[in-house]
Design a protein around this ligand. Structure first.
Ligand SMILES: Cc1ncc(COP(=O)(O)O)c(C=O)c1O
Length: 410
């Protein structure tokens, strides 16, 4: 357990203008796993682009467009360094983690997967790491699911029993968006590669919260969501090892992704443009670059430590209460900064609604992880998810609001 006691008020809260907007002064925002708030630095970077050098990238040969191209490519370089990728061509800008995983599945479906091949994933995945693979069923590709133990950790024996010579792909979330479980991606990468499988990581819930090094993880492909890490919505990253991306077919066709187009067929542009068809989200990418600068200014190790402190505090407060059932590992070292829970005898939606009325924003439902809810045998949970702008006061407000729910329902 971490010894760091979180402060009552987060020292980072004032970087986020939403908390000083009229009516939001007491906002308790515990839904960062859905989307994070945006710091002024990101909002300013987007505004500067839109108001002073908005133009398309890689097309114009006039100064405004050159400036936009430079800023767009600088954002790519910032993100490369953030996840320690080797080459900037390995960073492909996409709309979000969902689009990244769909592009990966579509592309691998074109020339790497054939009838009878298997994709091994887990029961704790977000739908975006399940459905794109199920969509390949027309090709005869089968999806298998590794289970979890009674503490919400990946069942490695089950996973090892399901990997085999037909397993072409192993694809796993780094952090579960419901259980908070941190999966041992290094070990999973070793198992996948020993089996000759491609190893894919869904980094939507990890990259915003902890240092992530794609070389150390040895993953072949990774999906990242920008809007969960202080960047605007509509921007994300598909990371891929250069050699693999070079071998993969583009999933989308159109402008910018080609080298030459003839009536008889086309050839593709070099990386990363082969996977960036059409006008990209330029302001989003610039915002993501600013988000990386902002997070680096704090330091990802420090941010992780800060969140662990908050998580430990919240877990200990919740575990004191007999009528609260918590899902996922009990040890903060095994999980990230989100807690899914149920208050005995009260539906998750009712809990979230009353919390909302008390000014505490949480999320309830199946969290786009229905196969996991089936395993947990729960229709719904309420999820409180933390980020750097939360402090002890937010956890205390959550606990008082839960008291209110008890009061209403009993
Ligand atoms: C684990 C996980 N994967 C993927 C996604 C989808 O991310 P995006 O909203 O960027 O498409 C989410 C979003 O909640 C998630 O939690």
């Amino acid at each position: 357990m971490t010894d760091t006691i979180p402060p009552d008020k987060s020292p980072y809260r004032e970087d986020f203008p939403i908390f000083t907007a009229a009516g939001n002064e007491h906002l308790v925002y515990l839904d960062s796993a859905a989307t994070s708030q945006k710091p002024s630095a990101v909002i300013r970077a987007v505004e500067e682009f839109e108001t002073t050098f908005n133009s398309n990238v890689h097309r114009g040969i006039y100064p405004l467009s050159e400036k936009a191209t430079e800023a767009y490519e600088l954002a790519r370089e910032k993100f490369r360094s953030f996840i320690n990728a080797r080459h900037s061509e390995e960073i492909i800008f996409v709309r979000g983690a969902t689009e990244a995983l769909n592009i990966i599945a579509l592309s691998l479906g074109i020339n790497r997967l054939k009838e009878g091949d298997e994709v091994l994933t887990t029961v704790m995945e977000h739908h975006s790491n399940i459905v794109p693979w199920q969509l390949l069923s027309w090709k005869g590709v089968r999806v298998k699911y590794a289970g979890i133990d009674d503490r919400g950790r990946l069942d490695m024996d089950d996973l090892n029993s399901k990997i085999g010579k037909r397993t072409r792909i192993v694809t796993v979330s780094h952090v579960s968006n419901v259980l908070g479980t941190i999966n041992n991606v290094r070990e999973l990468g070793r198992i996948a590669h020993d089996n000759g499988s491609i190893f894919i990581v869904d980094g939507a819930q990890s990259v915003p919260h902890m240092p992530v090094d794609v070389q150390a993880m040895n993953c072949d492909l990774m999906a990242v969501s920008g809007h969960k890490m202080c960047a605007p919505t509509g921007i994300g990253v598909l990371y891929g090892r250069r050699k693999l991306l070079q071998e993969m077919e583009p999933a989308f066709g159109g402008g910018e992704m080609i080298s030459e187009v003839k009536q008889s067929g086309s050839s593709w542009a070099d990386l990363p443009y082969k996977f960036e068809a059409g006008t990209p989200n330029i302001s989003g990418a610039i915002g993501l670059g600013a988000a990386v600068d902002y997070l680096n200014g704090i330091g990802m190790e420090k941010l992780e430590e800060y969140e662990k402190g908050l998580l430990s505090y919240a877990l200990s407060r919740m575990m004191e209460q007999d009528d609260i059932e918590i899902y996922g590992p009990r040890d903060p070292e095994e999980r990230s900064g989100l807690i899914s829970f149920n208050l005995k005898g009260v539906h998750g939606h009712d809990v979230a609604e009353i919390l909302g009325r008390e000014g505490v924003a949480t999320r309830s439902g199946h969290h786009c992880a229905q196969p996991l809810m089936d395993v947990l045998n729960e229709p719904s949970t309420t999820r409180a998810s933390f980020y750097l702008y939360n402090g002890r006061e937010d956890v205390d407000a959550l606990m008082s609001a839960i008291d209110k729910v008890r009061h209403v329902f009993r």
